[in-house]
Each structure stands twice: as C-alpha cells, then as structure tokens.
Write a new protein. Sequence first.
Length: 122
Amino acid sequence: MSLGQDGKTVEALATTFEDALAYENLELFKKLDGGALAQDFGKATRECTTIDQLSLALWDALKTGSKAEFALDILATEEIAANLIVPIYIREGLVWLQNQLARAKPVVPPAVSVAAPAPAKP
C-alpha cells in the first residue's frame, strides 16, 4: 500500500481483521464515518503519513472501540460496502476452501428402508 506524501509503497502487516480491512481499503476508509471506531479509523487513514503512525492509531482505536458497531458502519456506508476489497488472507482461505470442496466426494447418506406398519390386531 502507498501511504504519505511521497507515495512509496510499503508493506503493512495486519494484526486484526479490522486493520487488515483498513490496509486493503485505505482510500475507502478515508471516507469512513459513523460510530466512534469508524470515526477513529477514518481519521487515522486521512491523517497518518507513515505506516508506523497508522498502525499505532488503528491499534489504539481498537482498544476501546466497538467492533460490532464498526462492522455495521462499514455495511451502512454504501460506497464502502459496494467497493470493499476482502483482506488477502481471507481471499486465500476462501480459494483454499473452494478447492477442497471441489475435490471432495459428495457424502450420500445410506438408503433407509421403511417397513410398512404391522396391521393392527383385532
């Protein structure tokens, strides 16, 4: 990702789902608004000029922020929800799962025979 005024590409290693999402969607997150955590993430992505600053700001925000409210804020922001890039570790995991499922044999339960009920005794 590129960050700061010099536009250099730097590597950012996420430690949470939320910061991974922010790193993948830096430009979208600059427009993020909503609850406290969303506001903190939006402010951090707009104002931080180094990866160290951004990483620390996101970490600090996550200490006290509501992750559930944050998720709802992302979904409620139409532009972000429509253009969100899934973090790479999730994409890779889904591709792996898809490949595993494609190779798996379908599990067919054994046939069960149902006997007719015995006639009632007079």
